[in-house]
Ligand binder design. Structure first.
Ligand code: SF4
Length: 353
């Protein structure tokens, strides 16, 4: 795995993005933002699920005006997503922690200057969010909705802000397929050191979005590219956070929590392993201490895996072993194994926190 690309560190509220900061996870609410109750409820759900920051759409002035009250009632950084109307950005900038807008779709330079000044006054970063589906006309005509077009748009928007003396910037380059998304991020990465917000946009339902995001964002993370990310899923809010966290962890960019090794379907399994692993996942989801555990269905590979695991179960017929660091600590009937395993995991986590 390559080292992480050395990017500038910026701050979205209290959350650092880029540099040596952990890769953060974000999502977006689907309520009408001016419906304050619904928006606060969704933001709090995302916060509880483990989001580091949340973005809300601001298409109307009533949405921008709702941000003051929303901000009072949440304790996670808030990002306003603005298109076309600079007055929405000016109102939002009074309350939020970051603005997502592209200078290219605001138009008039004096209006862009006003937004930049409002962000400078409150030390707010700006995300330039390039989307292959809405490139500025000139880049769309010249390159079409390609990775080259996305990179050209990003460079144009970056220069716009830099020329105004603004460089608290993060950048996203999203397309609805993995290929263009990965190409665009890889192409732009060596050209500046701003932190990157990763995402494959409009990626579909949980199943397909998980696969597209795992391939695309996983490949970029292995390349050392990516400082914050959103997994886009046509689904429930919490799913985006769970999948994003899993991609960061399984790409090796975070060691937090359990790395669970378990058997695939196999004719030698001597227990209800699916239920056991699901229960283990659920009951240990709160643990942050990095550790390797294995839940194995028979003795063939169980002892070998257990030697590399901090805590392990090896199932046999009607009973099994619980092991810690390769040493057997209990031999129990099948129905008691998960309870004892979870106890040992919690103990190990506490001792090694
Ligand atoms: S450890 Fe046993 S049950 Fe698991 S995959 Fe290997 S042979 Fe199958």
């Amino acid at each position: 795995m390559k080292d992480r690309y050395p990017t500038k560190k910026i701050f979205v509220g209290g959350v650092a993005v880029g540099g040596d900061a952990p890769i953060s996870v974000q999502s977006m609410t689907y309520s009408t933002t001016s419906d304050i109750e619904a928006t606060v409820e969704q933001i709090n759900r995302l916060h509880f699920a483990g989001a580091d920051m949340v973005r809300v759409a601001v298409p109307q002035m009533e949405d921008a005006l709702a941000l003051q009250e929303i901000k009072k009632r949440i304790s996670i950084p808030l990002i306003a997503d603005i298109h076309f109307h600079y007055k929405l950005a000016l109102e939002a900038a009074k309350w939020v922690d970051c603005i997502r807008f592209n200078p290219g779709n605001i138009g008039d330079k004096s209006k862009i200057k006003e937004i930049v000044k409002a962000c400078q006054d409150r030390s707010l970063p700006i995300r330039i969010g390039v989307n292959a589906g809405s490139l500025e006309k000139e880049f769309d005509q010249k390159y079409g909705a390609t990775a080259q077009g996305m990179v050209a748009s990003a460079e144009y928007n970056i220069k716009y802000l830099e020329d105004l003396g603004f460089n608290d910037i993060k950048i996203s380059l999203k397309a609805s397929d993995v290929d263009r998304t990965v190409d665009a991020y890889r192409m732009l990465r060596p050209k500046n050191n701003y932190p990157f917000h990763l995402g494959v946009t409009e990626a579909g339902t949980l199943f397909h979005a998980t696969i597209k995001s795992s391939i695309g964002l996983g490949a970029l993370l292995l390349d050392g590219i990516g400082d914050t990310m959103r997994v886009s899923i046509t689904g429930e809010l919490e799913e985006e956070i769970n999948v994003a966290r899993a991609i960061i962890k399984d790409s090796g960019r975070s060691r937090d929590g359990l790395n669970i090794i378990s058997c695939p379907t196999c004719g030698r399994i001597e227990a209800d392993l699916v239920t056991a692993v699901e229960e283990v996942e659920k009951r240990t989801a709160h643990i942050k201490t990095p550790m390797n555990v294995s839940v194995m269905g028979c003795v063939v590979n169980a002892i070998g895996e257990a030697k590399h695991a901090d805590v392990a179960i090896a199932y046999g017929k009607g009973s099994g072993l619980v092991m810690v660091k390769g040493e057997v600590v209990a031999k129990l009937p099948e129905k008691e194994l998960v309870d004892r395993f979870v106890q040992e995991v919690e103990k190990f986590a506490e001792e090694n926190a």
